[in-house]
Design a protein around this ligand. Structure first.
Ligand SMILES: *[C@@H]1O[C@H](CO)[C@@H](O)[C@H](O)[C@H]1NC(C)=O
Ligand SMILES: *[C@@H]1O[C@H](CO)[C@@H](O)[C@H](O)[C@H]1NC(C)=O
Ligand SMILES: *[C@@H]1O[C@H](CO)[C@@H](O)[C@H](O)[C@H]1NC(C)=O
Ligand SMILES: *[C@@H]1O[C@H](CO)[C@@H](O)[C@H](O)[C@H]1NC(C)=O
Ligand SMILES: *[C@@H]1O[C@H](CO)[C@@H](O)[C@H](O)[C@H]1NC(C)=O
Ligand SMILES: *[C@@H]1O[C@H](CO)[C@@H](O)[C@H](O)[C@H]1NC(C)=O
Ligand SMILES: *[C@@H]1O[C@H](CO)[C@@H](O)[C@H](O)[C@H]1NC(C)=O
Ligand SMILES: *[C@@H]1O[C@H](CO)[C@@H](O)[C@H](O)[C@H]1NC(C)=O
Ligand SMILES: *[C@@H]1O[C@H](CO)[C@@H](O)[C@H](O)[C@H]1NC(C)=O
Ligand SMILES: *[C@@H]1O[C@H](CO)[C@@H](O)[C@H](O)[C@H]1NC(C)=O
Length: 633
């Protein structure tokens, strides 16, 4: 070969390298230094007044105060309950325990106050609460569990009953407390910045008490636990609204009960948001009415709950229905997956003061939603479904959980999106190619030459063997036999090592074990199917495809629901701005849902920041006194 300059040689080397090797040596070194995923081990506790849910422990403040929380897929903040949150009862001790231990701001020396704001999560469902915000030290896990501790993280201390115990936000978006200060980063972003997790992603399932001998929740930050679910090959792209991104199309609901024909419960397909902050499943009112018909549920107007008495409970137990939710990327057509919930998943107990209840009661965790802003799959659904969310690629998957006595945790990492582009961009200088990259290319090229030699060797050997033994071609050409001896396997073996980059540390492409879809259905998030570098679409193309998928979803949304989702601009060429896309928090927007018995229990003595004190907020200290009338639905 005649090469006129060093540049030509490089171009050729790059070409060879891209065509035949999935990762350059440079990328390998970048990935080898990635941190492992963080497994956030749950407690043995089951908390909540809207059912019983497995909780997690955080260490908050200086000195540490321990609080129990639920993971919240829709929030980016940590929320704790203040002692004032027990003002509704005379028994502080039992309330303190029931609310997962309260956090006393005055007892912490590291609390750095920000101000009072509304939490603003799921306000469409009436969930708004006020909280006193500050920067505070928060550690993951109980004493001696070795979880990381981060300083200056965003914490909201609430008193309201809207959220009964605290939460640990899994969303990586940041919070804007005011338009003139820097947005405050989320806990997840800080974990990644401090190299505690490999990427802005997580895997979560809520656990349940009815399978085996109680199944604890599972939460993996920066990866997922592949032992907890049956993988499927359907992966979803985020919906465009970052306040409502983990959205699936719900195409059908089917009930199969003992001794009865299967029945469909959903007349019109809808889009559903998956949010672990919400306990119930919120469905269109028409679908709820179908549930009422089939199962004999009766809507309690006083509490907005489907309370279940002992008679009805026995009937439901004997029917023992399985409810199948059929999910797709959109509300009709395309590939679908089924998530099946047994009746046991719906057999929950509500306790006072939930929804103004005065006595504990069994209830069926189904809620009436009036439009697409209110259709939500809550924790009830996540008892049987495993949710893997990759915020960097803006994609997620939902899978049916498996429950095995002998299940061994198998944690797999989700890689960061920008690890490789960052590495080749940094320290590049004017030449464009760094010494590292050149070294990588050189190594790759040597590998290529070896591969060619090995291939030649293989061909020779195959012919040789063929002549002798007849048929051993296919297995010899298959690169997966990494363990075989001899120079023959050297080529394929080298390649598979490059593909598995960092597999020794448990990092695999996400979601590694999912099957390859049809070429037409290739989704931006399903990068696992590409065998070689040359097949992987560039970043811009990836985003472009995501956009068109989202546009399609919007279109269908308009067509089938007559509603219009808010479109946030996604530039096909720019990397997703997930880290700095902030959620607005409006201090003037303090609202809360009053208790059903007329709001005599004052539990939210939080006023909004003084900047907003134009008129009505200055007159009274207790926001609920003013808001009661206005927000009774
Ligand atoms: C909170 O901490 C302060 C300071 O340590 C203490 O005076 C106060 O009694 C505590 N409040 C509660 C409810 O424990
Ligand atoms: C936390 O915030 C305080 C006050 O803004 C600041 O003094 C301190 O340096 C910060 N600590 C870290 C680790 O950023
Ligand atoms: C958040 O604050 C920054 C300035 O710090 C501002 O540029 C941005 O528009 C704000 N975002 C929202 C959603 O308010
Ligand atoms: C519900 O599903 C379980 C597990 O798949 C099965 O054993 C049971 O027979 C099903 N029940 C009905 C009524 O279909
Ligand atoms: C009823 O639904 C179950 C679960 O979806 C399915 O296995 C079964 O075949 C269905 N039966 C009929 C008669 O369609
Ligand atoms: C139980 O509830 C069902 C339907 O909600 C109702 O028809 C029945 O009278 C109730 N039974 C008792 C004993 O309250
Ligand atoms: C609540 O329970 C108490 C004692 O069991 C009973 O006296 C009372 O009537 C119940 N209240 C309601 C509203 O059912
Ligand atoms: C959806 O329904 C809720 C409750 O009825 C209502 O407050 C909200 O405005 C509705 N949103 C839309 C977009 O129609
Ligand atoms: C990528 O580079 C940017 C700017 O140099 C930096 O802020 C960011 O932390 C880097 N990301 C990673 C994953 O290293
Ligand atoms: C926030 O509300 C609490 C409770 O009402 C009050 O003590 C505190 O001063 C308020 N903080 C700010 C910054 O307004």
């Amino acid at each position: 070969m005649l090469l006129r300059s060093r540049n030509d040689a490089l171009v050729l080397l790059v070409l060879v390298n891209t065509l035949f090797f999935r990762s350059s040596a440079l990328e390998l070194t970048t990935r080898a230094s990635l941190p492992d995923p963080l497994v956030f081990t749950p407690d043995q506790n089951w908390d909540g007044i809207d059912g019983q849910w497995n909780s997690f422990t955080l260490r908050v403040g200086t000195p540490q105060q321990f609080v129990r929380v639920f993971p919240a897929t829709s929030s980016q903040q940590t929320w704790v309950v203040q002692p004032g949150g027990c003002a509704y009862t005379d028994n502080f001790g039992s309330c303190n325990e029931q609310r997962g231990w309260t956090f006393n701001i005055s007892a912490s020396s590291s609390w750095d106050p920000i101000g009072n704001f509304s939490t603003g999560v799921e306000s469409e469902l009436g969930y708004d609460s006020a909280a006193e915000y500050g920067y505070e030290t928060v550690g993951i896990g109980g004493l001696g569990e070795g979880g990381p501790t981060l300083l200056n993280t965003t914490v909201g201390a609430m008193m309201s009953l809207a959220y009964f115990i605290g939460i640990f936000g899994l969303h990586p978006k940041s919070t804007n407390f005011s338009s003139f200060n820097e947005p405050s980063p989320s806990y997840m972003t800080m974990l990644k910045d401090e190299k505690k997790i490999p990427s802005l992603s997580y895997g979560y399932t809520a656990g349940n008490q009815y399978r085996l001998d109680k199944v604890l929740a599972s939460l993996t930050l920066g990866g997922y636990d592949s032992s907890r679910f049956t993988p499927n090959d359907l992966s979803f792209s985020f919906a465009p609204d970052n306040e409502r991104d983990v959205v699936v199309g719900l195409q059908a609901i089917t009930a199969s009960s003992t001794g009865q024909e299967n029945q469909t419960l959903l007349a019109e397909p809808v889009t559903m948001y998956i949010d672990s902050i919400v306990p119930e499943i919120w469905l269109p009112t028409a679908a709820c009415e179908k549930f009422e018909q089939i199962f004999g549920l009766v809507y309690d107007v006083g509490t907005d709950l489907y309370l279940v008495n002992e008679t009805l409970h026995q009937t439901l137990l004997s029917m023992d229905p399985n409810i199948t939710f059929t999910l797709g990327r959109t509300t009709s057509g395309g590939q679908t997956i089924d998530i099946v919930l047994p009746y046991a998943a719906f057999d929950l107990t509500a306790q006072p003061p939930y929804q103004g209840l005065s006595n504990s009661s069994l209830y069926f965790p189904l809620r009436r939603g009036s439009n697409s802003t209110q259709y939500v799959f809550g924790r009830t659904f996540l008892q049987e479904a495993y949710l893997t969310v990759d915020h960097e690629r803006q994609s997620f998957s939902v899978s049916q959980c498996v429950f095995r006595e002998d299940a061994q945790q198998k944690i797999l990492a989700i890689k960061p999106l920008q690890a490789s582009s960052n590495a080749s961009g940094s320290g590049g200088g004017d030449q464009g190619l760094t010494k590292g990259a050149i070294a990588g290319i050189a190594i790759g090229t040597v590998g290529f030459i070896l591969a060619v030699l090995a291939l030649a060797g293989l061909v020779w050997r195959n012919r040789h063997l063929k002549a002798k033994l007849g048929r051993r071609i296919s297995s010899a050409a298959d690169g997966s036999h990494a363990g075989s001896e001899g120079i023959e396997d050297q080529g394929p073996n080298l390649m598979s090592k490059a593909e598995l980059d960092g597999s020794s540390t448990g990092h695999e492409k996400w979601p590694m074990e999912f099957k390859a879809p049809n070429p037409e259905e290739v989704d931006a998030s399903q990068t696992q199917i590409y065998e070689m570098q040359g097949d992987v679409p560039e970043g811009a193309e990836v985003d472009g495809r995501q956009l068109s998928e989202k546009e399609g979803m919007l279109y269908r949304e308009r067509k089938y629901n007559g509603t219009d989702l808010e479109v946030s601009p996604v530039t096909p060429t720019a990397p997703p701005e997930y880290q700095r896309r902030a959620a607005p928090v409006n201090g003037c927007d303090v609202r809360r849902v009053p208790l059903r018995d007329g709001g005599t229990h004052g539990v939210s003595p939080i006023t909004p920041v003084s900047d907003c004190s134009s008129g009505r907020w200055t007159r009274r200290r207790f926001s609920f006194e003013e808001e009661d009338g206005q927000h009774e639905l």
